[in-house]
Design a protein around this ligand. Structure first.
Ligand SMILES: O=P(O)(O)O[C@H]1O[C@H](CO)[C@@H](O)[C@H]1O
Length: 303
């Protein structure tokens, strides 16, 4: 820890710099300009694909694709199931930008770095963000393969003091304090439910997503606590992206694919396993794809 008695804003030290966002508004503007010079699509909708759910990007017609490693100042994906590509294209006429792979806190990235692409999307013109993730089911009425439409979250990472907005506020993106009681657009949730119903999709649930830091999964005691607190599913992402999006006024819709049921019994020999999580993602990615496509179609009709 830093023991220097100093003003962290006017005289930041290395430790404080890591805690605070190092991407200035100008840096992200530069990044947006870099992409605008190379692709003419101005996206309205942003998509962030969860573990094993990158197939949603197949919806983009004739996409322009950037590998994260080729974009200046961009982090790179290190988790299997996250391809590490940024795609621009159209889904049934709607201009879209999609991240095939996200950044997680457990990879070692500070939260401001994990969520920088959301601010980039804002500067590129995105007004609505659709997020997906793989999650463990806590609600005993859920089944593996269910799709949970997220209505709220419990931010355990935030409880521990980690927030993507920590540090000096960037007023050009939004105000210092941001309300998140309505983080998940009720309108989008209603529309998504109507779409799922219209498609006759089975196993579509609604619930509360709990976010932990990972990469360790949860203990039985932690899961029992989460259940008592009202969490229906648990994962290691999404919430920081949603906070960053709400800060800059982007509407959010998020869904979890329940890739495993959490082990809440000391007698059980089962364990969560990333490879199994990827397998369930593969099995259900088509349904997630259909749902996302139809939500975008519906949004195009009502907007
Ligand atoms: O949230 P996404 O990116 O879908 O990934 C989920 O899958 C991984 C665990 O297998 C964790 O990273 C968890 O958060």
């Amino acid at each position: 820890m830093c023991d220097k008695n100093h003003n962290t804003i006017t005289d930041p030290c290395e430790h404080h710099l890591t805690a605070s966002n190092q991407y200035t508004y100008g840096d992200i503007e530069e990044l947006a300009n870099y992409l605008k010079e190379r692709v003419s699509i101005q996206p309205q909708i942003g998509i962030i694909c969860g573990t094993g759910l990158g197939a949603v990007t197949e919806l983009l017609a004739d996409p322009t694709i950037f590998d994260y490693k080729d974009i200046p100042k961009f982090p790179v994906s290190t988790v299997p199931g996250h391809a590490g590509r940024l795609l621009f294209g159209h889904i049934d006429g709607t201009p879209v930008i999609s991240m095939q792979g996200r950044f997680h806190f457990f990879e070692g990235y500070p939260l401001w770095m994990c969520t920088m692409p959301v601010r980039l999307m804002k500067l590129l013109g995105v007004t609505t963000l659709i997020l997906s993730n793989a999650a463990g089911g806590i609600n005993p009425s859920f089944n593996v393969g269910d799709i949970m439409l997220i209505k709220d979250h419990i931010n355990f990472v935030g409880f521990a003091g980690h927030n993507p907005l920590r540090g000096p506020n960037e007023d050009k993106f939004g105000a210092r304090f941001v309300a998140v009681n309505d983080a998940y657009s009720r309108e989008l949730l209603r529309e998504a439910k109507a779409v799922a119903q219209g498609l006759g999709m089975k196993g579509v649930q609604e619930g509360v997503y709990a976010c932990i830091g990972g990469p360790s999964f949860e203990t039985v005691a932690e899961l029992k606590l989460m259940h008592q607190l009202g969490a229906d599913a648990v994962g290691m992402s999404t919430v920081h992206e949603v906070i960053t999006a709400r800060h800059c006024g982007i509407k959010c819709f998020a869904l979890s694919l329940i890739t495993n049921m959490c082990v809440m019994d000391y007698e059980s020999d089962e364990k969560p396993d990333h490879l199994e999580i990827l397998t369930v993602g593969k099995e259900r990615e088509n349904d997630v794809k259909i749902l996302v496509k139809n939500i975008i179609l519906r949004l195009a009709k009502i907007n």
